[in-house]
Design a protein around this ligand. Structure first.
Ligand code: AMP
Length: 529
């Protein structure tokens, strides 16, 4: 039986122990001495969570209320605290606030001053013990004699430190190393590194690579077991409620459940052409009146990976084996367009097809590679066709963090007759040396300084890459660059040679040669309002 008093004493010692290694030892020793059934709860509490991370329950209270009455009695256990939290989370109906307060108040009444403080911190989500999730993972590894990398991998797969700890301390280091993905626990998606030519890609992939269209939509991860279906976004928010059409497809058209699929959704206009990303995000955010938007903006779905099929985890298998499983789950429908290529010519032909069909490029995947959750490396490359425009810097914000001392966030403009029209800001694309040199140049051009933003004479031209031109409600130009980054400094260009607003409008319009356009009722006056 684990006592709250011991847990509180541990927190107090952790707060007073500055060294990382000492903290790790304290946590490891504590976890090792706990009954296995209590480990998950203790880890959740240590990380300032009333419930384990993958448990959707929440307390919905601001803090620990004053004790109902000091009732004394036997010392509180962690299991009792967990049960009280569960009772608070489950409270419902009229007078729910009072009910929650009563339940927590009764708990507070049995707690010592130190225990009350610790309970308050768990509820507030801030332990102030200097124990991060990373340190907990190291402690779990130490407690069961495993490598920290095994604990980190298990955390990616299980999505929850409590589950990792329970596995490690209940079943040992080998079980931790063998941990596998679980249904309805989303995995971080595998990411792609930017590449510019196919020679390097083919070299990195030993002469053969799997090319897929790179769809400019939003990443989704789809889990199904029986009738239960869930969809997660790239950042692992649960978007199931916003995407009932995907849920229907999962139940109606896809087999071999339990499965986990990875893919991209793209929003379409009524003519079936892809809509800009901005529009798609409205679908992801919508939770009310989803049906209406669903009718106006259907989704196209492209799967490109299968992480579990028939309940069997596949992430350690090769891309080729996972693709075969994906074909079986989908029956060949809803798949990303792809080709296996062994030469630069074949690769270029495939990319031309992708671009001609209106997609942003291709992703090249090593056919022999495993799926690395959250990993970005040479196993997956993205190759895009990027457009650039030339902007003039008219102001810069003072840098913070790593960039302190530099002028680092540049206000980018295009030429609009005798004015400069703002179209975005960026602090991306320059090397440290270039930042330092740019800072000096900008100070020499300074016109005014409000302590945060320095306005400068419009003299420096930079070539800027971007992913998309969007409509902007904030900039008077009406347009904004999505993901702007500086490709190079164009000292060879005079500000008067920068891109004009008229040209940018034309580029914006050109996007719709391949992308669809979403027509709102209030948007009859043309794309730029
Ligand atoms: P980026 O966001 O530019 O780093 O590009 C990676 C993203 O491209 C992924 O996270 C996916 O959302 C998206 N994507 C589109 N098509 C594919 C594909 N066939 N394979 C992998 N990712 C894709």
């Amino acid at each position: 039986m684990a006592l709250l008093a011991d847990f509180a004493a541990l927190c107090q010692r952790l707060a007073r122990t500055p060294g990382r290694l000492d903290k790790r030892r304290l946590v490891a020793d504590y976890l090792r001495a706990l009954p296995t059934a209590e480990v998950g709860t203790a880890v959740a509490f240590l990380t300032g969570r009333p419930f384990p991370a993958s448990d959707p329950r929440a307390l919905k209270v601001r803090g620990l209320p004053a004790p109902r009455s000091a009732s004394g009695g036997p010392p509180l256990t962690l299991a009792e605290v967990a049960a009280a939290f569960a009772a608070v989370a489950e409270a419902a109906g009229p007078g729910v606030r009072r009910l929650r307060d009563e339940r927590l108040g009764a708990l507070a009444g049995r707690a010592s001053d130190l225990e009350r403080e610790v309970l308050g911190r768990i509820i507030g989500g801030e332990m102030r013990t200097g124990v991060s999730d990373g340190l907990i993972l190291e402690s779990i590894a130490e407690a069961c004699g495993a490598d920290p990398s095994a604990a980190r991998r298990a955390a990616l797969l299980l999505g929850d430190l409590s589950a990792v700890a329970a596995l490690a301390l209940g079943q040992g280091a080998d079980a931790l190393t063998a941990a596998q993905s679980r249904l309805f626990v989303p995995l971080l998606p595998m990411l792609a590194e930017l590449a510019v030519d196919f020679e390097n890609v083919l070299a990195a992939h030993d002469g053969s690579t799997a090319l897929e269209y790179k769809y400019d939509g939003a990443r989704i991860q789809l889990h199904r077991d029986g009738d239960r279906v869930a969809v997660w976004s790239r950042r692992l928010s649960d978007v199931t409620r916003s995407l009932p059409d995907i849920v229907t497809i999962a139940r109606r058209d896809l087999g071999l459940a339990p499965f986990i699929l990875d893919g991209e959704v793209v929003a379409l206009d009524s003519a079936g052409r892809p809509l800009p990303f901005q529009e798609l995000m409205r679908r992801f955010r919508r939770v009310h009146d989803v049906e209406t938007l669903m009718g106006q903006m259907p989704l196209a779905l492209y799967f490109f990976d299968c992480l579990v099929a028939e309940g069997r985890p596949l992430i350690d298998q090769s891309y080729t084996a996972r693709w075969e499983a994906l074909v079986r789950v989908t029956g060949g429908r809803y798949l990303a367009e792809r080709a296996l290529v062994t030469s630069v010519e074949e690769a270029r032909t495939f990319r031309s097809r992708a671009l001609a069909a209106g997609h942003e490029g291709v992703v090249a995947k090593d056919p022999r590679s495993a799926y690395e959750p959250g990993g970005r490396g040479k196993r997956w490359f993205k190759l895009k066709a990027v457009e650039t425009i030339d902007c003039v810097i008219v102001a810069a914000d003072r840098g913070s963090g790593r960039r302190v001392g530099w002028l680092s966030n540049y206000h980018l403009t295009v030429h609009d007759d005798d004015r400069w029209a703002d179209v975005g800001k960026t602090f991306k694309g320059l090397t440290d040396q270039e930042f330092a040199a740019m800072t000096e140049r900008l100070w020499a051009l300074a016109l005014s300084d409000d302590g945060y933003t320095v306005r400068v004479r419009p003299e420096i031209v930079v070539e800027v890459e971007y992913n998309e031109i969007q409509k902007s409600p904030t900039y008077p130009s009406g347009l904004a660059l999505r993901f702007a980054r500086i490709k190079r400094i164009r000292d060879d260009k005079a500000p008067s040679q920068a891109t004009t607003l008229a040209e940018l409008r034309a580029l914006y319009e050109k996007q719709f040669a391949t992308k669809g356009r979403f027509a709102r009722a209030s948007d009859q006056s043309g794309p730029l309002g």
